[in-house]
Design a protein around this ligand. Structure first.
Ligand code: NM2
Ligand code: OGA
Ligand code: ZN
Length: 382
């Protein structure tokens, strides 16, 4: 157990590291330049907004720790040379921030998600009532946590009022306007610029891979649904990527290393991107998937890479259509689905000419949603 008041057992300096021995026998070694750079004093950080006031280049190359001591409150005082500068760190700060005890933080990575498949939602899909969403921060928190953890949430029992999707976005973040507008109508059109605007089935895809940066969140609001078919399908792209990696690591790596071109064009628009189908972070954890077979442009890779690429690409195309990974349901009038377009793939089954199916869609971004999530979570922790 850590002593509430003093949980540092011993402090010493070894070469250019501060060595902290914690009460629980763990040890941290913190590099002098890192400590100087993370100085929390008013000289180094604006006292009101906490922003850093200096550049890393102002830290002398020969920075070293001359002295270290702990005061009666437990705060750690460090004297840096050649600046002859004293900085004070609280124990809490050192414990919460030291880089060998805390794992890196990445709110986009597969590592921090709950991966799922068809059978994962035995208690039903995550659903929150629209009226609660409007009234309470806790309901917003539930939606945002669900988007963070499983990648989606359904807002139920809303009206079928046109434009509602925009008011939902306004509560959570900011609209991401595209060539499709602030809001787009998903229904059968004559001579459509996109196959989404037909009654055809659509395979598992993420939206707008031909755009970089990609819109990271999509919302679809059902206004009318009286056709046969037109079921909604969701699939966890991070889980699919994990399965690909487990089944054939070379194929997985191939899709992270070989970037491809996506393209969308109509009379007024010509969008192009060169991006990987599976994107990983610096720790090789999946952070984004992109796939839309309608919009993959000419694949241009060095000749010797084409065959292994097609092995990987066809494997991936097959994994993301596996029934056991898909959640299928009918989006009802008055339901809005919100999902992480960097993770969750969506699809729909074909629908009949008879009857009507009308969804309104819009894009927003994860940064705004995660920002609100952090604010609401901080408030809960206070
Ligand atoms: N719509 C629905 O990304 C895509 O091209 C899928 C997007 C047209 C905005 C459809
Ligand atoms: C889309 C889309 C799904 C649907 O508009 O991007 O994939 O259910 N629509 O119509
Ligand atoms: Zn789509």
């Amino acid at each position: 157990m850590l002593d509430q008041n003093n949980f540092i057992k011993k402090l010493s300096v070894v070469k250019d590291d501060l060595v902290i021995e914690w009460d629980d026998e763990k040890q941290s070694r913190l590099y002098s330049h890192w400590l100087r750079d993370h100085c929390q004093m008013p000289k180094s950080r604006n006292a009101n907004n906490g922003q850093r006031l200096f550049s890393v280049i102002s830290i002398p190359q020969n920075t070293s720790i001359e002295k270290v001591k702990q005061d009666e409150r437990g705060d750690v005082h460090i004297q840096f040379m050649p600046e002859n500068y004293w900085s004070i760190f609280s124990q809490e700060w050192l414990l919460r921030n030291c880089y060998n005890l805390n794992s890196h933080y990445d709110d986009r990575s597969e590592k921090n998600k709950k991966l799922w498949q068809k059978t994962s939602f035995s208690n039903g899909l995550p659903r929150v009532k629209f009226i609660n969403f409007q009234k309470s921060d806790n309901a917003k928190l539930e939606i945002l946590r669900s988007v963070r953890d499983v990648g989606f949430c359904i807002i139920k029992d809303a009206s079928t009022k046109e434009g509602l999707v925009q008011s939902v976005i306004a509560e959570l973040g900011f609209t991401r306007e595209t060539n499709y507008g602030k809001l787009f109508e998903v229904r059968t059109e004559v001579n459509p610029n996109n196959l989404a605007y037909t009654n055809m089935g659509l395979g598992s895809h993420t939206d707008n891979p031909y755009r970089e940066p990609v819109p990271t969140v999509q919302l679809l609001h059902c206004l009318e649904s009286s056709t046969k078919g037109g079921d909604s399908v969701l699939l966890d792209g991070f889980n699919a990527a994990k399965i690909l990696r487990e089944e054939n690591f070379e194929n997985f790596e191939n899709l992270t290393n070989n970037w491809i071109n996506f393209r969308f064009s109509d009379e007024k628009t010509d969008l192009r991107s060169r991006v990987p189908m599976i994107e990983v972070n610096d720790n090789n954890e999946v952070i984004k998937v992109r796939y839309n077979n309608r919009s993959i442009d000419t694949i241009n890779l060095p000749a010797e890479k084409i065959r292994p690429f097609y092995l990987a690409y066809q494997h991936w195309g097959e994994v993301i259509e596996r029934e056991e990974l898909k959640v299928t349901f009918q989006l009802q009038p008055g339901e809005i689905i919100i999902f992480d377009n960097t993770r969750v793939m969506h699809a729909r089954t074909a629908f009949s000419d008879k009857g009507k199916r009308h969804l309104q869609g819009a894009y927003t971004d994860l940064d705004g949603l995660y920002s609100l999530l952090n604010i609401l979570e901080n408030r809960n922790n206070d």
